[in-house]
Each structure stands twice: as structure tokens, then as C-alpha cells.
Design a protein around this ligand. Sequence first.
Ligand code: C6P
Length: 411
Amino acid sequence: MTTSLAPFPVEKIRKEFPILTQKMNDQAFVYLDNAATSQKPLAVIERLSKFYRNENANIHRGVYTFSQNSTRECEEAREKIQHFLNAKESAEIIFVRGATEAINLVAATFGRKFLKKDDEILISEIEHHANIVPWQQLAEEKGLKLRVIPVKDNGELDLEAYEKMLGPRTYLVAITQVSNSLGTINPVREMIKAAHHAGAVVLVDGAQAVPHMKVDVQDLDCDFYVFSGHKVYGPTGVGVLYGKRKHLEAMPPYQTGGDMIESVTFEKTTFAKIPAKFEAGTPAFAEIIGLGTAIDYLKSLGLDEINRYEHELLEYATEKLSKIPGLTIIGTAPDKASLISFELEGIHPHDVGTVLDQYGIAVRAGHHCAQPTMKRFGVPATTRASFAFYNTKAEIDVLVKGIEKVIQVFK
Ligand code: C6P
């Protein structure tokens, strides 16, 4: 039976991203650094511009119409994100600055309050530093044990080893859904189930997952889920912490000050209910509203369609890159998001990135804030090309030609 899926309307979509028509170094701009940050569609750019031009007013502060409108729009954005993640209620959505702040928040509040000496935290060998260092700091402070789920040579986590590591001392498992340096998609649903069976709480770092696939926090049954707005076609400076109500209610506040209180006297302060308890001070309200628009935009394209198209790009790029002599792909798990990390024999990734830049191609070269992953795979750094739904096969061809030029330069 043949399937008759409509082709993904990439050319139409590209027109909605003004930056894609720019030149870089006098060459057509080929943006393949989407895992670092995504470009912004006109809908988001225009929403921010309209807000600052015509509507700007702080939230929660005023009885006047503009302030009330801002407050309402932020709460609508919270509801959009609730539905986007399929959280049970909007109060479980906390606005923070990004994935990094969300993980730090959980470590500093939940971690400090509930974890006790000799408790264990499991993380994996393919985490971003944002999901390593906060736990390491907490472990040092409280005498906890930080244990690392090993990764296999192809970039998949060793799930047998993981299951054996889970035990009565495991208090928390903190794992990424998608590795930013290898592209591996971890089977987080099964991992969460196993963790819960052992009585552990699970935080999922969704920074690289949310832009590419449907996420349902109730189906995953994770206790916490984090992501950054700037990687999902939204503005910088805003991100999301999802937490189950029972945890958020039991946790102390992270920061204190305005907007997170119920009442203040010089003797005592009582705190507001969630989500306000975790949102001290003026939040990035314009960006929160912009993130709501970005979510609307993603939904209008359809996460399943995005996923299907990006997978096509991944397969195409994998096939083309694999044929380049001297190129080794780091991370070959069967289930991958649309990014490829690679090494070119004898050429430092920074040199690869610098030469590609001359041809208008933006890739990332470095350790990708995943130094332990680099160490595990025996490389100081990699070159990483990461694809979004506005990229094309023609751009992948430009990348391939660019890499061939790099090889010529360093021959
Ligand atoms: N990864 C990359 O190029 P922030 O910086 O808070 O928005 O996101 C942190 C973060 C957390 N987890 C994962 C899996 C990530 O990939 C990132 C950010 C960028 O890969 C910047 S290093």
C-alpha cells in the first residue's frame, strides 16, 4: 500500500523566516546550527514588535487596561504551553529563563529540601552540562552520590546497566530526551517507568526534544520537564519548567521578592500558590507572549509533519556525509533527532567551522557543553550540523560541497 502524504511545504515556510534570505560572507546563508538556537518566524517577530510598539505594560501591576491585557496574554501563553505539553493544569507550568535555570531551580529547591546524605542521583553520560553541574554541586553540598548511566559506542544508553543501577538509594533520575551532541533520542518513557518502579523521581531535559517531536508529560509521567523558548522558534530569555503539582507545592521557592508572596510583614512572609511562588520579580513578559505565538506557529505546522520532514533531512544528510572519505559520524543510534556530529580526520572542528563560514554555512564546532560525552568518544570536539524544518536537501548538498572544500584546504 502506498501512502499519499502531501509534500512538506518547505519553500512556503522559508518565506516566513526573514533571516534565511540573508547573506553571510557574501554567500547564501545556510543555517545548520538549529540545536544552538532556532530562527524566528515572522509571526513571532511581529508579535514582539507589536507588543513593544502598542501594548507594553508590566503584568500583575496595574488596574489599567494595558497591564491587564499583558497579564491575560501571559496566562494565555501558560495555557498554550500546558496544552502543548499536555500538562494536567496550567499552574504546573512555571516560566523561567531557560532549561538551565529550570534545572537549577529543581536542584536548589527540590534537591536541597528532599535529598539526604548517601542518596543517589542518576544522570547519563550524554548530558549537557546544564544537566550535570547543578546535580554535581548538590551532591558535593549534601554528600550525595552522582552515578552515570553509560552510553554504548553507537550513542545509545546502556539500558541494562541503567536498570541495574536503579535501587532503593536512587532518589532522582535526570536525563535528557535528546542528546545535543549525538542526536540520540532516549527512550525516556520506559526509563521513567523503571525509575518510578524503584521509587525515584525523574526530571527530563527536553531542550532538544520539544522542537522536534510531540511531548506529552502525562503520558511520559515525568515529574519535571524543562525546555528553552529560543530553541522552539520563540524569543530568548524565556523557558519552561513543568512540574507535577504535588512536587511544586512541596518545594520551597527558588527566588524571593515581588509577585511570589501572599503577604509580607517584617516578621514573616507567606508565599503565593503555584505557579506564582516560583516567579519572583518581573518575568520576561513580552517574551512569554512571544513564546505563546511560537507554540501556535509550531502547532499550525504540526509536530508530526515537522518530525517526518526532519527525519527525511537526517536520512539524506547521513547518507551523503557517510560517503565523504575521512568523515566519521559520532552518534549512530537508530533513533536520532535531526542532528549530525562528525569528525574529519586530521582537521580540528574549529577549522572545519571556520572554513564552512566562508561559504555561508553556519555549523557548531566545539564540545557542545558536553565535555564528558566528548571524552567518552575520544574526541576533544566535533562539528555539528543540526537541521530544522526550514532546511532543505539543497542546503545539505551545499554542506557536503563545503566539507569537500575543507578537505582540499587542509590536504
Ligand atoms: N544547548 C547547544 O548548542 P539553555 O542554554 O538554558 O537554553 O539550554 C541549555 C541546554 C540544556 N540541555 C540541552 C540538551 C541543551 O542542548 C541545552 C543547550 C545548546 O547544544 C547550547 S550549548
